[in-house]
Design a protein around this ligand. Structure first.
Ligand code: BGC
Length: 696
């Protein structure tokens, strides 16, 4: 295609039809589409094909029911769990699998990954985001994007930028310093761009007075001019308040289109853009620039290239990928000889052993063929559990399901089913007599549109009661109690963690949850995930308060001191620090060697498995900058690597390169302070094993 000729032959109306989508497929009076569940279409103007866009971060979100067939897509672990693997290869493999499903189901662009910063544990979409740290977020996103796009379909890195709360997300103005924007919120996107995502999705919110989709500063100046992004920029669904300003700002595609039917303050976006042309808000060249970016995307798509999709991706293979990712993302937080349970007989408490939460709700949801819940996983892996106790939970849930009982409040929000049947709490001593240990499953769900209710951050009364009783009866008999946390974002743990001997953060691990959890619990594999966020002792300890803000404006007055940057610099004790996670084995670090040239640091060291169990270790490099003109956090993560599976006695030499310019801070430009930098190699942010200093 000769793009310039094509543009010269387009009428203004055709151009506007191209820029503005035809509306949400299958809704608000729109005809259904070929691929049910896709959420956006780039209109096939002038003989081009329609291009399909579908969510999302935990798997391709399409609706299974079509004709007489079922079109299931794999449900992968949520992003916060994927990040806990710290494993770029896993992210790439998950990306490849999702990319194949995207392509084989006839979709052209996957609306993922989401890589906003987890600023506060109550963020409703934290589960869809990777980390509190921009390096982890950006690296995970880049590997994922590479994987998806290697299949010849596109990605959309979203939501650009600072979409960190759901409350009032369509209008809220995020007031944030240039430095925090550059070093934290924009940084993850800047890093992810190295994978050349086909598209970027602008966020709903405003940043410092301008809607992200209407901000020339963010789109034209930073994304395009400074970072050289030459792909397509699209709006989030129904975002902003002026199509004309969106196109002017460099937002090429308005999604899903027909917003005026949904949001009453708008007219047809195409009319609005025309009006904008007349009023001089934008020029025809601005429109042509958007068309150019659209055409450059369209010609890469499977649809344009007449790809004959099979509707038959390799779901069996992808189930294995989902399992591997789940296995590596489980984080063992506490372990006084509870895990692995090996052949012990276990009493499993909690409804989530059956109603296991696979992921979050909203556009990050998935529709898989099955979900292996925790107890099914236990059965499959021959874990000996108390059948009588299990049957009480099973019967209770079956009864509730008959009443068309919905596990979630309004499809979103808290789990409502009773967590504690009376005949369970009355008989804890019986279960303590008849089992070797107890495991209690605690679950939470959250989703798009709402932030997490503070009530859901704390345990409910019946959960506390259960933990207390189980702890009392089992410990009395010298038996252990372990907790499985089936959650998407941290909950409060400090007030009850002493009542239990082990805590395993199993996240929301997608369709293979039960299998991966059972393998780790039993000891077929060691846990090897680590936290990509900080777990605070108390909600009040967090730097990002109040949260969420229910107003027109949210002020990020913690600046760059997000997550561990705050806890470390201001000497607050977290409950579990960033980068932390236990294993069934132990690792020793040695032989730190640092070399440099004008651009890079070359860091190498050895990691040896000195325990009795095969395992993988995640090593992290934190750098402490010298005192200079600019305030610096105590330390910042600048590199990380996960080892291969190391057998007892085996070691691996780890090599990590760090760009020296990535050690700079933003103050009216990027500044690298002169002086002595401390290179800190750690098993977590607070378990530093090797230190060396270097002058820069
Ligand atoms: C979400 C996006 C999503 C889009 C399409 C919006 O509400 O914020 O993440 O891609 O809907 O479903």
């Amino acid at each position: 295609m000769n793009i310039e000729d094509f543009i010269n032959n387009m009428t203004l109306d055709e151009k506007l039809d191209f820029i503005v989508g035809p509306g949400l497929p299958g809704q608000f009076g729109n005809d259904d589409v070929e691929v049910r569940g896709t959420v956006g279409i780039i209109r096939g103007v002038k003989g081009l094909p329609d291009i399909y866009l579908a969510d999302g971060p935990a798997g391709l979100r399409i609706f299974p029911d079509r004709e007489n067939n079922k079109y299931y897509a794999t449900s992968f672990p949520i992003e916060s769990m994927l990040a806990s693997t710290w494993n770029r290869d896993i992210l790439r493999e998950v990306g490849e699998a999702m990319g194949e499903e995207t392509k084989e189901y006839g979709v052209d662009v996957l609306l993922a990954p989401a890589l906003n910063i987890q600023r506060n544990p109550l963020g409703g979409r934290n589960f869809e985001y990777y980390s509190e740290d921009p390096l982890v977020s950006g690296e995970m996103a880049a590997s994922f994007v590479e994987g998806v796009q290697s299949k010849g379909v596109g990605t959309s890195i979203k939501h650009f930028v600072a979409n960190n709360q759901e409350t009032n997300r369509m209008k809220i103005d995020t007031i944030v310093s240039e430095r925090a924007l550059r070093e934290i919120y924009l940084k993850s996107f800047e890093i992810a761009l190295k994978a050349k995502p086909w598209t970027v999705m602008t966020a709903y919110n405003k940043v410092n007075g301008y809607y992200c989709s209407q901000s020339e500063y963010l789109i034209k100046k930073i994304l395009r001019e400074e970072w050289g992004f030459d792909g397509l920029v699209m709006s989030d669904w129904f975002a902003g308040d002026s199509g004309a300003h969106q196109v002017k700002a460099g937002n090429d595609l308005i999604m899903p289109g027909k917003s005026y039917q949904v949001l009453n303050y708008r007219i047809d976006e195409r009319e609005e853009i025309k009006k904008g042309l007349n009023e001089g808000i934008l020029t025809e060249e601005d429109i042509d620039e958007a068309i150019r970016n659209l055409l450059n995307l369209v010609i890469k798509t499977p649809k344009y290239n007449n790809y004959n999709y099979s509707n038959n991706p390799n779901l069996d293979e992808h189930a294995k990928t989902a399992y591997n990712a789940a296995l590596e993302g489980i984080v063992l937080l506490k372990n006084n000889d509870v895990f692995p349970i090996k052949d012990k007989k276990v009493a499993v408490f909690g409804t989530a052993q059956i109603e296991t939460i696979k992921g979050g709700l909203g556009s990050g949801d998935t529709h898989p063929k099955y979900v292996i819940n925790i107890i099914d996983g236990f059965k499959e892996k021959n874990i000996d559990f108390d059948e009588k106790l299990y049957n009480i939970y099973k019967n209770k849930i079956e009864e509730l399901r008959k009443e068309k009982y919905k596990p979630y409040h309004n499809d979103l929000g808290h789990t409502l089913y009773p967590r504690l049947p009376q005949n369970v709490i009355d008989n804890i001593s019986y279960y303590a007599d008849n089992n070797d240990l107890a495991i209690i499953v605690i679950s939470r769900i959250s989703g798009e549109f709402f932030d997490i209710d503070i009530k859901d951050f704390y345990l409910y009364d019946d959960e506390i009661k259960l933990i207390k009783e189980v702890s009392k009866e089992f410990r009395k008999r010298n038996k252990k109690v372990g907790i499985l946390l089936n959650i998407g974002s941290p909950i409060e743990m400090a007030t009850w963690e002493e009542l239990v001997d082990g805590i395993m953060l199993i996240w929301q691990a997608g369709q293979e949850t039960g299998r991966a959890v059972a393998d780790i619990v039993k000891g077929n594999h060691s846990p090897s995930g680590k936290l990509a966020l900080t777990i605070a002792k108390r909600f009040e300890d967090l730097p990002s308060l109040p949260f969420p803000v229910n107003g027109d404006e949210v002020i990020y007055d913690e600046g760059i001191y997000v997550g561990y940057r705050y806890f470390d610099t201001f000497k607050k004790e977290p409950l579990y620090e960033f980068g932390y996670g236990l294993s069934y084995t132990k690792f020793e670090y040695s032989n730190l060697d640092i070399k440099k040239d004008n651009e890079k640091l070359f860091i190498s060291f050895n990691v040896k498995n000195i325990g009795g169990f095969p395992g993988k270790e995640i090593s992290q490099i934190y750098i402490r900058a010298p005192k200079g003109k600019i305030d610096k956090p105590f330390q910042e993560l600048k590199g990380f690597e996960k080892t291969k599976l190391l057998n007892p006695g085996e070691f691996q030499k780890i090599n990590i390169k760090i760009n020296i310019k990535d050690l700079s801070s933003y103050h009216e430009g990027w500044i690298l302070e002169h002086g002595q930098y401390e290179i800190r190699v750690g098993a977590s942010s607070r378990d530093i094993r090797l230190i060396e200093k270097i002058d820069l």
